[in-house]
Design a protein around this ligand. Structure first.
Ligand code: HEC
Ligand code: HEC
Ligand code: HEC
Ligand code: HEC
Ligand code: HEC
Ligand code: HEC
Ligand code: HEC
Length: 481
C-alpha cells in the first residue's frame, strides 16, 4: 500500500515536469523521461499475472461508463494539467486521460458562442457564383485538411488484422474499431480497456492524419495517428511508444492553421463545438465572405467585387504573409485566434523573433523562411503563387512545377542542360528543391523512429541532390531496358 502511494506521488511530480520539458522541447526531454521511468520502475511492485477481460465496452458506453479500473492499478489526478494518470505496478508506461478511469469522454455540449463569428461561412457559400474554383478547390490539401471522422473520410485501415497498433510493451495495444458509423481507438493497457471516439480528422492524409475528440467543450488528440507512407498506424508525432496518451490538448494555434474558423472559448482547448468550420476555406486567403456574399446575392447585376480581397492587388509582402499565417513556423501569438486578415502583416499577429526558423518540422518546415534564402526569391518579385495555384490540386506533377521554373529560366540556363538533354524539362525540382527528412517531426513506432520527408524551399544548386537524382534516373532507365 505504501509503495503504491510513492508511485502515485511520483506520478504527480513527474508528469508536470515532463510536460514542462515537452514545452521546452529540448533533446533533454527524452533523456529526462528515461530517467524518470527508471525511477518508477525501481520502486514499483512486481506484477501479478495479467488477465485480459471480456468486459462489454459497447454496452457500458451506452450507460455513459467505461470499464472500472481494477484494484491493483494506480491512478492519480494531475490537477495542474487536468488529467488522470493511470499506471500498473512495475510498468514503465502509463495512461493519460482527461476523464476519470472507469468513465468515458463527455459528449460535446452545444453552447452559445462567446465571440461573434466575424463573417466566415465556409467554401460552400462561394459555390453558387464561383463554381469552377469551388469544384477544383475541394480536392486540395487545404480544403481536405480537417473534416468530421466517418468511415468514408478516414484513410487508415479498420479491417481485422490491419486495425492494430502494437508497442514495445506487449501489454499495451491499440485497436481501431468501428461500431455502427462511429470510429473508436480502443486501448488495452495490461488487460484494462477503454475506448475514445474518433470525431474530427486533422490532415489531408498527404502525409498522414491525426484524430481529435471532444470531452465537453475541450478538444484532445488521440494517441494513434495514421501515416500514409508506409500505410501504417503509428504514435502521434512526439508521443512516447508504449504510453497511451489521450490528454494532449488541441491548442488554438493548431485549430487556426487547420480549420476555417472556430469560436475559441478559453485557454487551452475550449471551443464552441457548433462553431467549427472544418477545412481551410477560400476565406483564409480572401477574408471572411459574409458581406461579399450578401452584397452579390442582393445585387446580382454588379460585376464589381465588393468586400473581398484579391491577393494579387496587395503588395508582395502582404501576399507572402497570407501564406505565412500558416507556413512560416509556429511563433507565440500577439493577437486573438483567427484575427489575421489578408492584407495584415504576420509580424503584427505573431512574435516572429521567437519562430523556429530553420528546423524542418511539420509545422515549421517553414516554406516562407526557406524560400526567402533563395537567390530566385531575392533577385525577383516572386511570391508563392508563382509556383502554386491555390485553387487546384497539383501535387506530384513535377513537369508542371518545372514549367513554373521555366517561366523565369530557359532550361539552357541550367549547367546540366546539355548533359541531360530534353528530359530536363521533366523535373527541375528534385535537383534544386530536394526532399529533406524532418528532424523534429518524430514518429515512434514499435519498429523504430520515422522522419517523413518534406520539400525544401531553399531553391539552390545542390550537388548531393543532383547525384541522387542522376543515380535514381539511371537505375530507372536501366530497369526499363
Ligand atoms: C452571389 C454571388 C457571389 C458569391 C456567393 C460569391 N461571390 Fe465572389 N464575386 C462575385 C462577383 C460578381 C465578383 C466580381 C466578378 C468576378 O470577379 O468574378 C466576385 C469576385 C470575387 C473575387 C475577386 C475579387 C477581385 O477584386 O478581383 C474573389 C477573390 C471572390 N469573389 C471570392 C469569393 C469568395 C471567397 C466567396 C465565398 C465566401 C465568394 N466570392 C462568393 C460574386 C459572388
Ligand atoms: C489557414 C492556414 C493556411 C494558409 C493561410 C495557407 N495554408 Fe497552405 N497549407 C496549410 C495546411 C494546414 C496544409 C497541410 C494540409 C494537409 O495536408 O493536411 C497546407 C498545405 C499546402 C500545400 C501542399 C499541398 C499539397 O497538396 O501538397 C501547399 C502547396 C500550400 N499549402 C501552399 C499555400 C499557399 C501558396 C498559401 C498562400 C496563398 C497557403 N498555402 C496558405 C495551411 C495554410
Ligand atoms: C503554424 C501552422 C500550423 C500549426 C500550429 C499546426 N499545423 Fe499541422 N500542418 C501545418 C502545415 C503547413 C502542414 C503541412 C506541412 C507541409 O506540407 O509542409 C501541416 C501538416 C499536418 C498534418 C499532416 C497532414 C498531411 O497529410 O500532410 C497533420 C496530421 C497535422 N498537421 C496536425 C496538426 C495538429 C494536430 C496540430 C496541433 C497540435 C497542428 N497540426 C498544428 C500547419 C500547422
Ligand atoms: C491558399 C489561399 C487561397 C485559397 C484557399 C483560395 N484562394 Fe482564391 N486566390 C488566391 C490567390 C493568391 C489569388 C491570386 C492569384 C494570382 O496572383 O495569380 C487568388 C485569386 C482568386 C480570384 C480572382 C482571380 C481569378 O483567378 O479569378 C478568385 C475569384 C478567387 N481566388 C476565388 C477563390 C475561391 C472561390 C476559393 C475557394 C473555393 C479560393 N479562391 C480559395 C489564394 C487563395
Ligand atoms: C519569378 C522568377 C523565378 C522563378 C519562378 C524561379 N526562379 Fe530561379 N532564379 C530567379 C532569378 C531572378 C535568379 C537569379 C539569377 C538569375 O537571374 O538567373 C534565380 C536563380 C536561380 C538559381 C541559381 C541559384 C544560385 O544559388 O546560384 C537556381 C539554381 C534556380 N534559380 C533554380 C530555379 C528552379 C529550379 C526554379 C523552379 C523550382 C526556379 N528557379 C524558379 C528567378 C526565378
Ligand atoms: C540533374 C540535376 C539537375 C536538373 C534536372 C536541373 N538542374 Fe539546374 N543545375 C544543376 C546543377 C548541378 C547546376 C550547377 C551547374 C554548374 O554550375 O555547372 C545547375 C544550375 C542551374 C542554374 C544556375 C545557372 C547559373 O546561372 O549559374 C539554374 C538557373 C538552373 N540550374 C535551373 C534549372 C531548371 C530551370 C531546371 C529544369 C528545367 C534544372 N535546372 C534542372 C542540376 C540540375
Ligand atoms: C520556385 C517554386 C516554388 C515556390 C516559389 C514555392 N513553392 Fe511550395 N513547392 C514547390 C514544389 C516544386 C513543391 C513540391 C510539390 C510536390 O511534391 O507535389 C512544393 C511543395 C510545397 C508544399 C508541400 C510540402 C511538402 O513537402 O509536401 C507546401 C506546403 C508549399 N510548397 C508551400 C509553399 C509556400 C507557402 C510558398 C511561399 C512561401 C511556396 N510553397 C513557394 C515549389 C515552390
Amino acid at each position: 500500500m505504501q509503495r503504491k502511494w510513492i508511485v502515485v506521488v511520483l506520478g504527480i511530480i513527474v508528469i508536470p515536469t515532463f510536460l514542462w520539458m515537452q514545452r521546452d522541447n529540448g533533446d533533454h526531454r527524452q533523456a529526462q523521461q528515461l530517467i524518470e521511468r527508471e525511477k518508477r520502475l525501481a520502486i514499483a511492485e512486481p506484477s501479478e499475472s495479467i488477465q485480459s477481460s471480456d468486459f462489454d465496452l459497447a454496452a457500458s458506453a451506452d450507460r455513459g461508463l467505461g470499464q472500472p479500473l481494477p484494484n491493483d492499478f494506480l491512478s492519480s489526478w494531475v490537477a495542474e494539467d487536468g488529467y488522470w494518470f493511470v499506471g500498473y505496478p512495475r510498468a514503465d508506461v502509463g495512461v493519460e486521460i482527461p476523464f476519470a478511469p472507469g468513465k468515458i469522454a463527455k459528449t460535446s455540449t452545444n453552447t452559445e458562442p462567446v465571440n461573434e463569428n466575424p463573417g466566415f461561412m465556409g467554401a460552400q457559400s462561394c459555390r453558387e457564383c464561383h463554381a469552377e474554383k469551388f469544384d477544383s478547390f475541394i480536392h486540395t490539401a487545404h480544403f481536405q485538411t480537417s473534416r468530421l471522422a466517418t468511415p468514408e473520410t478516414v484513410h487508415g485501415d479498420f479491417s481485422e488484422g490491419r486495425n492494430k497498433m502494437t508497442t514495445r510493451e506487449p501489454n499495451v495495444t491499440f485497436h481501431m474499431v468501428q461500431r455502427d458509423d462511429q470510429l473508436y481507438q480502443r486501448v488495452n493497457f495490461y488487460g484494462w480497456r477503454f475506448e475514445v471516439p474518433m470525431q474530427i480528422v486533422f490532415g489531408s492524409a498527404k502525409m498522414g492524419e491525426s484524430y481529435l475528440y471532444w470531452h465537453g467543450d475541450q478538444l484532445y488528440q488521440h494517441n494513434v495517428t495514421y501515416l500514409t507512407d508506409p500505410d501504417h498506424w503509428v504514435n502521434s508525432p512526439g508521443y512516447v511508444d508504449g504510453d497511451a496518451a489521450y490528454a494532449r490538448p488541441i491548442p488554438s494555434r493548431c485549430v487556426e492553421c487547420h480549420t476555417t474558423y472556430a469560436d475559441f472559448r478559453e485557454e487551452r482547448n475550449h471551443y464552441t463545438p457548433g462553431s467549427l468550420i472544418l477545412g481551410i476555406s477560400c476565406e483564409r486567403c480572401h477574408g471572411p465572405g459574409r458581406e461579399h456574399v450578401t452584397f452579390h446575392q442582393t445585387h446580382p447585376d454588379s460585376r464589381e467585387a465588393k468586400a473581398i480581397t484579391n491577393p494579387r492587388q496587395l503588395t508582395r509582402q502582404q501576399q507572402l504573409d497570407i501564406c505565412g499565417q500558416c507556413h512560416s513556423g509556429t511563433a507565440p501569438r500577439k493577437t486573438t485566434p483567427f484575427a489575421f486578415r489578408p492584407g495584415d502583416r504576420v509580424t503584427d499577429h505573431f512574435d516572429m523573433s521567437k519562430a523556429h526558423l530553420d528546423d524542418n518540422r511539420v509545422h515549421t518546415s517553414n516554406q516562407l523562411n526557406r524560400l526567402s534564402r533563395s537567390e530566385c526569391f531575392q533577385a525577383s518579385e516572386m511570391t508563392c503563387a508563382d509556383c502554386h495555384n491555390p485553387h487546384q490540386l497539383e501535387r506530384g506533377d513535377m513537369q508542371l512545377f518545372s514549367q513554373r521554373c521555366i517561366q523565369c529560366h530557359p532550361p539552357q540556363q541550367c549547367g546540366m542542360a546539355e548533359s541531360i538533354g530534353d528530359r530536363i524539362t521533366e523535373n527541375c525540382i528534385d535537383c534544386h528543391m530536394p526532399l529533406r527528412n524532418t528532424k523534429k517531426l518524430r514518429f515512434e513506432t514499435a519498429a523504430g523512429k520515422l522522419f517523413p520527408p518534406l520539400r525544401d524551399h531553399h531553391v539552390r544548386i545542390d550537388e548531393m541532390a543532383t547525384e541522387t537524382y542522376l543515380r535514381s534516373t539511371a537505375s530507372e532507365s536501366s530497369a526499363s531496358e
